[in-house]
Design a protein around this ligand. Structure first.
Ligand code: S3P
Length: 449
């Protein structure tokens, strides 16, 4: 099968994806669905555990990150049925009833698990917790959540003055605050709101621009008293709250759909339909950026499912042009910048991405890693302190590239390889399992020679 795309597993620990683009080219065709939204999956497990009664979750993402959340909540007393995409049942333990675990909690690679859980753990009086993560997570900054929690009276210790995991938390009765977050971060906002569930009075978070609002939507659905001021990007929660178990239907993750949107746009002859994708306006920056670049993407069958907007997306190949991606758009496409960098390599002109310094402290330094890996393939990418400058139009050549164990980098490089001549060997391709199990299988299914 010399011209096929094949996954070659070299050993148990080193999974390589080998992509061989035939000289005669390939295209992507077909209809697929992407796995459940990662942000919504985490929140459904967490609120389900904190609620009274039972929560049913349909369409949960089975990636490693939500598995980390489920394991942590099992360790603090929540009964969660075996994880599957059809139906997961979470038996709520109620706010304030979390069990002190006998061992260290482990958030794995997941920043959302660690940062959101800190707000929950810090507000459990008379209980002590320790939480850690993998090498990447232990190197990521936690002061952005530790500081507002300390203002609420939390007691948290860790390396580098409490700013790096492993962290130790002595639960306390917290007091409400008005926190003006210096960054637009849904993890910061959600952490403080979750801490505010148990604090008596009004806890407010104001952010510079609106970050993803899945926590607000789900907290309201579970019965929390929330007020939102869209003018000032502020959200207020009144505690102590009482959450009631719900049915959550998780839509497909637009951050996972983004790989196919870009693949469909850049690979000549492609025509793809991606069904059941979450199109919450706080997440659709990718659609706006691709549309600025001239991509042919159509939203079909727009609808509301369990409080979240959903649509089917159709993408067809079309020539792309460079654009500027900056400012308020950044929080709405922050996770899609690695794959937007790939789109820019195939766009006519110079694409500039700015105001995205936070990319340097994601699962990897995504600015440095995307620049070096794409340049290995022959692209012209320059690092900026807070983004990337990409000169499009140079053809890519297959070579050896590495995901640096970052799921979004792995999938972005696999898509770049579809348009690179010859053979690309992607090291640490298994990182994709963090947010997209079966990514490689889906890729193989869609390729038409
Ligand atoms: C997430 C928020 C974002 C995003 C991350 C998931 C969430 O992080 O990058 O993948 O589920 O709240 P920040 O809040 O740090 O921007």
């Amino acid at each position: 099968m010399p011209d096929a795309i094949a996954t070659k597993i070299i050993s148990d620990h080193h999974h390589d994806l080998i992509i061989h683009r035939p000289a005669s080219g390939l295209s992507l065709q077909g209809q697929i669905e992407v796995p459940g939204d990662k942000s919504i999956s985490h929140r459904a497990l967490m609120l389900g555990a904190l609620a009274q009664g039972e929560t049913s979750i349909q369409g949960l993402l089975l990636g490693e990150d939500p598995r980390s959340t489920a394991e942590c909540f099992r360790a603090i007393g929540s009964e969660i049925s075996e994880l599957n995409t059809e139906l997961v049942k979470v038996k709520g333990i109620g706010l304030g009833n979390l069990r002190e675990p006998a061992d260290v909690l482990n958030a794995g690679n997941s920043g959302t698990t660690l940062r959101l859980m800190l707000g929950i753990l810090a507000s459990q009086p008379e209980r002590f917790f320790t939480i850690t993560g993998d090498k990447s997570l232990c190197s990521r900054p936690m002061s952005r959540v530790v500081e507002p929690l300390q203002q609420m009276g939390a007691q948290i210790w860790g390396r580098q003055g409490g700013s790096r995991a492993p962290l130790a938390i002595q639960g306390q009765t917290l007091r409400p605050i008005h926190y003006h977050s210096p960054i637009a971060s849904a993890q910061v906002k959600s952490c403080v709101l979750l801490a505010g569930l148990m604090a008596e009075g009004q806890t407010t978070v104001t952010e510079p621009t609106l970050s993803r609002d899945h926590s607000e939507r789900m907290l309201e659905a579970f019965g929390a008293e929330l007020s939102i001021d869209p003018e000032t990007h502020s959200v207020t929660i009144t505690g102590p709250a009482r959450l009631q178990g719900q049915t959550v239907i998780v839509p497909g993750d637009i951050s996972s759909a983004a790989f196919w949107l870009v693949a469909g746009a850049i690979v000549p002859g492609s025509d793809l339909r991606i069904g059941n994708v979450g199109v919450n306006p706080t997440r659709t920056g990718i659609l706006e950026a691709l549309s600025l670049m001239g991509a042919d993407i159509v939203l079909e069958n727009e609808r509301l499912v369990a409080g979240e907007p959903v649509a089917d997306l159709r993408v067809r190949h079309s020539p792309l042009k460079a654009c500027k991606i900056e400012g308020d758009l950044i929080p709405r496409l922050i996770d899609e910048i690695p794959i937007l960098a790939v789109a820019s390599v195939f766009a006519e002109g110079v694409t500039v991405i700015r105001d995205a310094a936070d990319l340097r402290v994601k699962e990897s330094d995504r600015i440095a890693v995307m620049a070096t890996q794409l340049n290995c393939m022959g692209a012209r990418v320059t690092e900026l302190p807070d983004g990337l400058e990409i000169t499009g139009g140079t053809p890519l050549c297959g070579t050896e590239v590495d995901s640096h164990n970052d799921h979004r980098v792995a999938m972005s490089l696999a898509i770049a390889a579809l348009n690179a001549s010859g053979v690309t060997t992607l090291h640490q391709a298994e990182a994709a399992n963090i947010s997209y199990p079966n990514f490689n299988t889906t890729l193989q299914q869609m390729v038409v020679f």
